[in-house]
Design a binder for this molecule. Sequence first.
Ligand code: UGA
Length: 437
Amino acid sequence: MNITIIGTGYVGLTSGTCFAEVGHTVTCVDNNPEKIETLLNGEIPIFEPGLAELVQQNVAAGRLKFTTSTEEGVANGDVVFIAVPTPPQPDGSVDLSFIEKVAREIAQCLTPEMGYRVIVDKSTVPVKTGEKVAQTVRRYAQEGVEFGVVSNPEFLREGCAVDDLLNPDRIVIGSNDDQALAMMQKLYEPFVAPVLVTDINSAELIKHAANSFLALKISYINAVANICEAAGADVEKVAEGIGTDKRIGRAFLNAGLGYGGSCFPKDIKAFIAISESIGQPFDLLKEVERINADQLTRFLDKIREKLWVFRDKKIALWGLAFKQNTDDVRESVALKLAQAMLDEGATIVATDPQAIGTAQRFGNLSGDISYTEDMYEALDNADALVIATEWPVFATADLKEVAKRLRTPLVFDGRNLLDPEDTQAAKLEYEAIGRSV
Ligand code: UGA
């Protein structure tokens, strides 16, 4: 099928590429000429394992094109996806101005001669956005234009986006238009995954409800971790004990510094705002946010308790990205932690397998911070090691080397990556989350 994706951000680029990979012909549109230039040169503007190769292969095969022209995109695509940002507003509600603008632009490019078109919302949007998109397209399109509107939320995780897209747990397609649903089912035929067909409002709600539930799981285990700490128990054992119950599941029960990234913080805020706007306040999610914010404060207190003061102390910081396998530092708890320590006068030498460049460009950290690619070099003469991101390479660190290089053998593990027994064997003084046994 011929598909167009408007917006080549994380979701747009990765889903466009994966649609091409399964055999569709895809036109990716973005209004940023530099981004399109980069993509036309065979480079990708983000770090995502496996994506660059797929982009190159599909461009070479003639199935993947890039353009700045919405007109060209709409002319090429029987199905036109909207994958533009939906950033938060100061009150937590979603700024839908990009969606509205693209809906208008699509409307103005449609002609009755093109025949029936499907307009799909892939961005994460509040329930009832599809209705507004349909209304807007109808208002701005010529008379006689035929189209249907679909919500098709995306569940990919950064760092494993390609696999999540090619092998999804499920595909959600929501529309009140049967012709649009039939075209979407055809589009997803090459994928081996259950397809859930719903009305448009339910599909939109599924995305916010799913992300909020995952964030709730994280805050739940973090709250349990704090109880473990006070009671003298090990949250890793507790997570295993509850997670082996199939009804609960072990995933997303990793206690730590809390969730960050471009999705959870924004989506939880949005769901709170949406529920309030329709008169059904969802206060449980406010508690999820509170627990999440407290994790950082508690961890800082823990470090301060041992170091006494941060001023004139050198901290080795392992991790800048908001999680492993990404260079993304948006809403990264690691950066918030770094800034808090810098504010109290610490000197930081930070490392990250992928995110040093993005932290330097977008992190806005102010204070005495420098960066090194070498995680062991960061430790030289440091008063403590602080682990802030769950990169596997940190979990398998040579702890004898860590002990040798640190000035004082203090390790604060904000992601529970190390084995307490191993740290003991290496003569490290070890503090983690919810592990006080
Ligand atoms: C999340 C969802 O997992 C995706 O399904 C969804 O499509 C995406 O948001 C989105 O809305 O676009 P992502 O933000 O890439 O994906 O990252 P996650 O792997 O979900 O991690 C989010 C945060 O939670 C990270 O800061 C991570 O460190 C933290 N986390 C995750 C924990 O603290 N504990 C865990 O057990 C799991």
